[in-house]
Design a protein around this ligand. Structure first.
Ligand code: SF4
Ligand code: SF4
Length: 447
């Protein structure tokens, strides 16, 4: 186990003292069994699938129900066994398949947790194919298809397993490592074989000693080069570029991919899902979701993809106060999906990338003019000038946003967190990033 004592990436913040994560610590993952799921055919923005089922069909858990139509899509599977109640268009044109659960659900195998698995029969190509057919996608946020990630155009020598979980409040990855270290490590070994890399490093922040101890015990049984890298707690330690820089000292070039630095990065939850897929024949149909903050009984839930967020909040005891904000994801990078939520309306459905739902108190500050304090520049891990991009984006000056390298924004939220004027910087830098990336793509197509 190697421990780094100082941060090796620029910028960053310490958003909390750890009391947020303590809300769910020591609580075992609870199984969530919905009567009905609504499974989106667009699990990630732009990752569109077309339905393979019709209204009235009987489906089994793990059956493919959505076929990828775009490069960033992965196969969608039924999260439960049951009957297709409807196939409907939801918000922003997404298609949802509603499945009503059967009274009996098939039991899960648990070979992934039963000791160090024999992987000698699997070739790299077989594993990557299984990733494709099993709909394995990055569960840390981006949802990029694993089959594409594990077919890099350049050779890689290092696999980084992102277990930093640096977002405040979220603890789904931490709890998974504590409860299922063998399955996690079998998944890491599968990914190591698929990547062709020489070594795998599981990267945790030093605020997760229980998870580190749990993995370390099992690591001693492995023959592969898999080790733990303990990093100082500093947000956004789990940003892909920040992690690569902190652990390997390499920098991913602007506009480049981790493979340009000889690295593949995968989330630790995705590693566990890889073990479920290969060793238990379970495609990616469920995930652990943290429901926390201002709810009566915060916890982590193993929920089928398509589970209702309204029902999950109710399972966590409901909101504590009628004055609140509901954030999908962590408070630094997530989106506010409701204000003053009363538990009576639907807020959306779990996807492969839903790591958590955090209920926070109402926002305190209104925006005021920038006082040029430079705080946002100091904390930006991408080395940008957030206040300038913010101004440029609000004036819709695309050329200036491009000149200011807005495409390099990682939407970490450090600038907004720091700003004494309460400016919604990351909202605007993220919008600027998306716009500049779109312009760059269009320019490339025209060439
Ligand atoms: S500009 Fe982007 S990368 Fe920089 S601090 Fe703000 S959100 Fe993070
Ligand atoms: S932190 Fe806020 S007030 Fe300070 S320079 Fe940035 S935008 Fe302006």
């Amino acid at each position: 186990m190697q421990k780094l004592f100082s941060s090796r990436f620029p910028g960053g913040v310490h958003p909390t003292n750890g009391s947020d994560k303590a809300l769910t610590s020591g609580k075992a993952i609870r199984a969530f069994h919905p009567q009905k799921v609504w499974i989106s055919m667009e699990q990630t923005p732009g990752g569109k699938c077309s339905p393979l089922i019709r209204q009235g069909d009987a489906v089994k858990r793990g059956q493919p129900i959505g076929k990828p139509e775009t490069f960033t899509a992965s196969v969608v599977h039924a999260g439960i066994s049951g009957k297709v109640e409807s196939i409907r268009e939801g918000q922003a044109g997404s298609i949802y398949c509603a499945i009503l659960a059967d009274a009996e659900q098939p039991a899960r195998m648990n070979q992934a947790s039963m000791g160090v698995a024999d992987l000698s029969a699997y070739t790299k190509d077989q594993i990557v194919n299984a990733f494709r057919e099993g709909g394995l996608a990055g569960m840390g946020g981006a949802g990029f298809p694993a089959a594409v990630k594990y077919s890099p155009k350049k050779p890689v020598d290092t696999l980084l397993i992102n277990a930093a979980e640096c977002e405040p409040y979220l603890s789904c990855d931490n709890q998974l490592m504590i409860e299922q270290p063998m399955a996690v490590l079998n998944g890491v070994r599968i990914m190591l074989k698929a990547s062709g890399a020489e070594r795998a490093l599981i990267c945790l922040e030093d605020n997760k000693p229980e998870a580190a101890a749990s993995l370390q015990k099992v690591l001693e049984q492995l023959k592969e080069s898999v080790s733990l890298e303990i990093l100082p707690t500093r947000y956004p330690q789990g940003g892909e570029r920040q992690l690569i820089q902190a652990v390997t000292g390499r920098e991913v070039p602007a506009g480049g991919l981790p493979a340009d630095a000889g690295v593949i990065v995968s989330n630790v939850g995705t590693a566990k899902a890889a073990a479920d897929l290969l060793l238990d024949d379970e495609p990616l149909t469920s995930r652990v979701v943290t429901i926390t903050g201002e709810v009566n009984d915060p916890g982590n839930y193993l929920a089928p993809v398509g589970s209702s967020i309204q029902e999950l909040i109710a399972a966590a005891g409901g909101v504590k106060s009628p004055q609140n904000r509901v954030i999908l994801g962590g408070p630094m990078t997530g989106n506010c999906i409701a204000v003053d939520y009363d538990g009576k309306t639907e807020l959306g459905f779990v996807t492969k990338t839903t790591s958590g739902v955090v209920v926070l108190p109402p926002a305190k500050r209104a925006e005021s003019p920038c006082i040029r304090c430079g705080g946002c520049v100091k904390v930006c891990p991408a080395g940008l000038q957030p206040w300038k991009i913010d101004f440029a984006q609000r004036r819709e000056d695309d050329a200036l946003c491009e000149k200011l390298d807005a495409a390099e924004c990682i939407a970490c939220g450090c600038c907004s967190y720091t700003c004494p004027a309460g400016r919604e910087l990351s909202l605007h830098t993220r919008m600027a990033r998306d716009r500049v990336k779109q312009i760059l793509r269009e320019r490339k197509v025209q060439k």
